[in-house]
Ligand binder design. Structure first.
Ligand SMILES: [Zn+2]
Length: 350
């Protein structure tokens, strides 16, 4: 299908905000080494700027773009960076570079698809992991929707968790802090960040129920972020972890994050060297969980959390998640648009 550019990529051109009729001309093709088919070129008739289909694609400027979808699927299937590199035929630094770029596209895609959540029940919990060494603990708060298990928000940041005074571990921590300074504790800031991420996606005046365990900071943070709009329901973390437990969906989602993201697995060699890299990994995971993977094994294929919430009309394939650059907000090309002619705004208006 012939690519149709939706607007001029130059942000200072009038055909960027309001492309009129026939604002561009076709300007031949070029043949990159990494592609079988030629890439069409265009020229804006308003500002004269030349651009190509690649300007609108996620894989613009990528080496070996044909490995992107496989790289993505390995990274959300519990495979580490090095093994992914071996399997898809890249070196580990290329995989790291691709991970960072994919994380950016996934974060923007999630923001562009998930602008308004109509559901009213959500769950919050934290996963504990570490960066570099097991004494440098990290928290990863996750907020999901109760019915669809849609991952609304994830963050990650350092926490300071001291071992028992006098223990070997505690002495290790003391040596570490002497050398590197006191470990910061961003636990509250991270949880607040995740809750604010949820709040900005709710309609004006929406009332919600929030389920969590008994951690006391959750109550104050929920009040401070949502005010009277939240009913906070708390379940002891030690309650039996059965399907009857109100926290079952978030408990299982956290277990799933450990399974799908190698670096969260316990007793594993794979470790996030930095909490920031874990945030990126989770952006890949959230898109996979929300828009690619079917909610439950018993659901019909294609019933993703995102579709069940009405945020998108169908499930996505990995190559569609990574198809179009999402850097223009809701004016970016919608992931289901094959020829590039439909933006998020246009799909919503249709
Ligand atoms: Zn232009």
């Amino acid at each position: 299908m012939d690519f149709v550019p939706p607007f001029c990529p130059s942000s200072i051109c009038s055909a960027h905000e309001k492309p009129g009729r026939s604002w561009f001309t076709r300007d031949g093709y070029y043949r990159p080494k990494c592609r079988r088919l030629p890439v069409p070129r265009f020229r804006c008739r308003v500002c004269g700027r030349g651009f190509s289909r690649q300007t609108f694609r996620h894989d613009y400027g990528d080496h070996k773009p044909h490995t992107n979808a496989a790289t993505y699927l390995h990274l959300v299937s519990g495979v580490g960076l090095r093994q992914t590199a071996r399997l898809v035929g890249l070196d580990v630094h290329s995989v790291q570079g691709k991970l960072r770029k994919m994380a950016r596209t996934c974060r923007r895609l999630h923001d562009n698809l998930c602008v308004e959540l109509r559901a009213t029940e959500y769950l919050l919990d934290e996963e504990e992991t570490y960066e570099n060494a097991s004494i440098r603990t990290v928290t990863m708060p996750v907020v999901i929707e109760r019915e669809t298990w849609f991952v609304v928000a994830t963050t990650a940041g350092p926490i300071r968790r001291l071992a028992k005074a006098g223990s070997r571990r505690r002495r290790w921590q003391e040596r570490d802090e002497k050398k590197n300074g006191r470990r910061p504790d961003a636990s509250r800031a991270c949880v607040r960040g995740a809750l604010e991420d949820l709040r900005k996606r709710l309609p004006e005046g929406a009332r919600i129920q929030l389920h969590s365990d008994l951690k006391s900071s959750y109550a104050t943070l929920a009040k401070s972020v949502f005010g009277d709009a939240v009913t906070h329901l708390r379940t002891p973390g030690r309650a039996a972890r059965t399907t009857a437990n109100p926290l079952f969906p978030i408990n299982t989602t956290l277990a799933m994050t450990r399974d799908n993201n190698g670096r969260l697995r316990r007793k594993s060699w794979l470790v996030s060297k930095k909490a920031a890299r874990l945030v990126e990994q989770m952006q890949l995971f959230a898109c996979y969980r929300n828009y690619v993977r079917t909610r439950f094994n018993r659901d019909l294929p294609g019933e993703t959390p995102g579709r069940l919430l009405g945020l998108i009309e169908r499930n996505l394939q990995a190559h569609e998640v990574l198809a179009w650059s999402q850097r223009w907000g809701r004016r970016s090309i919608h992931p289901t648009s094959v020829d590039g002619s439909r933006t998020h705004d246009m799909v919503a208006a249709a």
